[in-house]
Design a binder for this molecule. Structure first.
Ligand SMILES: CC(C)(COP(=O)(O)OP(=O)(O)OC[C@H]1O[C@@H](n2cnc3c(N)ncnc32)[C@H](O)[C@@H]1OP(=O)(O)O)[C@@H](O)C(=O)NCCC(=O)NCCS
Length: 154
């Protein structure tokens, strides 16, 4: 008889990277790019120790959430729960664990990025009491293509 499926929660360590990446790749609503390579995730985890979590069943990753802060605001990235483990409170628990960590670090508010097409995500976050801010837009630029200032006086 297989062991009962107990869902456990623990810190996200870089050793989880391969499994987490596989989960992200299989999950709708998660957009991946160069910032999700192993070295970039390792840097994120080192800058934000103990703030990100994985959920596991029999040692395999079935859910994850990245969490960090810049000293002022918290940020969540890439919440994903494997399909067969959804609607059992895993997403809620991962979010609660991250917010608790942010609170203990004195961070009063947390933001996240959500594709406007992600209806499931919108329902989930609103159900958990998060506010979608239609008065804000994401403004972004690549640093590599930004024009360099004249540094003669830098
Ligand atoms: C969104 C997602 C993380 C939810 O994970 P989950 O483990 O199924 O969520 P939970 O079981 O913790 O649900 C928490 C609450 O949200 C509600 N909820 C979750 N998914 C929902 C859905 N698709 N529609 C309506 N309500 C939903 C649950 O009913 C639950 O409410 P309750 O606690 O009052 O009963 C999961 O569906 C997922 O991985 N989606 C794809 C990735 C994604 O969109 N991520 C978010 C963008 S960053």
């Amino acid at each position: 008889m297989p062991a009962p499926a107990v869902i456990r929660y623990r810190r996200f360590s870089l050793a989880d990277f391969t499994e987490v990446l596989t989960l992200w790749k299989r999950t709708e609503g998660i957009g991946l790019n160069d910032s999700d390579r192993r070295e970039a995730i390792g840097r994120f985890l080192r800058r934000n120790p103990g703030l990100s979590f994985v959920a596991t069943v029999r040692g395999r990753v079935i859910g994850t959430l990245l969490c960090g802060h810049d000293g002022r605001r918290g940020y969540l990235h890439h919440l994903a729960v494997a399909r067969r483990w959804r609607r059992r409170g895993v997403g809620r628990k991962l979010v609660t664990a991250c917010l608790e960590k942010l609170r203990t670090e004195g961070i009063p508010k947390c933001n996240l990025f959500l594709f406007s097409s992600n209806r499931t995500g919108q329902t989930f976050w609103q159900h958990l009491g998060w506010n979608i801010r239609p008065d804000l837009q994401l403004v972004q630029r690549e640093t590599a293509t930004a024009s360099r200032p004249d540094c003669s006086s830098c």
